[in-house]
Ligand binder design. Structure first.
Ligand SMILES: [Zn+2]
Length: 350
């Protein structure tokens, strides 16, 4: 069993002074995203255990000495600390990814070997300038007693790099790159990917028994007969034999695709044609009949016919019109709108 120490630099939630972007984002959040992805990827390898040396909740800024103590006490085989750089703390165009080993390089050959496995992958993941592998006596890589590196993924105060740091896919890729580099260094093997094996024994099927019909089988499994016959188009329903294998689900490659039922045409809403009546009038106040006018204007209208006293007409409303103090009834005559002088109609609403 190999052990990997993973360390997200600093902490979040206002417990670390500084260590933020000019917009106030915590460095720890970027570091944590990388370390978290590295841990997830490492567990895709066999015989490996991750030891996290920072507070994975980000609520405590674990001291550098404590981080080192945890790594040494757990006896991890490698130690990786993830950080993101800052230059002036104000937005600028400095850029790039760098990896640190304890100084001098010549005195830390294992750390250099680890850095050489991890750094190129991480540079590729961020897609930023390669600032190279450097040496510096940073506390966590100086006092840990195993191969140890510190990755500065990119500049938090760079208008170029911040785009990468704010992209969760980039941070996830950086974490995966660290894990894959570590796996290469430790010679870890990926776990075999288990694929579900589909065999006839676990596919859904029915073996025909004496007396079975497509209808009885469909009924037994709560299926539609049409679906069942479609899934088994290779068998004629009239030639069903005992021992035949009947597919209860669509079985790729062996049968014709199930034809989709043609969509039923939606019934069109039946709109009543022509004007809609709201009531009726009875013809009154005339000697024999009232004139049905083509417009609400006694003087300028054309006669469409007459309607006898006492007869009823359907009314759609009333209008003011011209040349009648009593206005006009808007009536339905032969399915079209027509007009009767107001005083000739006695109205009753429906
Ligand atoms: Zn840092």
């Amino acid at each position: 069993m190999k052990k990997v120490g993973l360390d997200a630099g600093h902490a979040g939630f206002n417990v670390t002074p500084g260590k933020r972007t000019p917009d106030g984002e915590y460095e720890w959040n970027f570091n944590d995203a990388v370390i978290d992805a590295a841990a997830k990827r490492l567990y895709e390898y066999e015989n490996v255990q991750v030891v996290r040396t920072d507070d994975p909740t980000g609520r405590t800024d674990v001291s550098l000495a404590e981080r080192v103590r945890r790594a040494n006490a757990a006896g991890v085989d490698v130690f990786i600390s993830a950080h993101h750089n800052a230059n002036t703390g104000k937005w600028g165009t400095w850029t790039g990814t760098e990896t640190y080993v304890n100084s001098p390089k010549s005195a830390n050959p294992n750390s250099m070997k680890l850095a050489n496995k991890v750094h190129p992958k991480v540079v590729k993941a961020y897609g930023l300038r390669d600032r190279g592998i450097k040496d510096e006596g940073f506390y966590v890589i100086k006092y840990t007693n195993m191969a140890a590196i510190l990755v500065e993924g990119g500049y938090m105060d760079s208008s170029i790099d911040i785009k990468k740091l704010r992209d969760s896919k980039v941070l996830a890729a950086a974490g995966k790159a660290i894990a894959d580099g570590v796996a290469d260094y430790l010679d870890l093997k990926l776990k075999p990917v288990k694929k579900p094996v589909v065999t006839p024994s676990n596919s859904k099927q029915h073996v025909v028994e004496k007396g079975d019909t497509f209808y009885s089988i469909a009924k037994k499994y709560g299926m539609k007969v049409d679906d069942l016959t479609a899934y088994n188009a290779r068998i004629k329903p009239t030639e069903l034999k005992v021992g035949d294998i009947i597919h209860l689900v669509k079985f790729p490659g062996t049968d014709k695709p199930v034809p989709k039922p043609a969509p039923k045409p939606k019934p069109k809403p039946t709109k009543p044609k022509g004007p809609k009546a709201i009531g009726e009038i009875t013809i009154v106040n005339v000697s024999k009949a009232a004139i049905i006018q083509d417009r609400p204007d006694r003087n300028a209208s054309k006669s469409l016919g007459t309607v006898a006293k006492g007869k009823k007409m359907k009314v759609t409303g009333s209008v003011k019109g011209k040349h009648s103090d009593s206005g006009y009834w808007e009536v339905i005559h032969n399915g079209k709108l027509a007009y009767i002088t107001g005083e000739y109609g006695k109205y009753k609403a429906y």
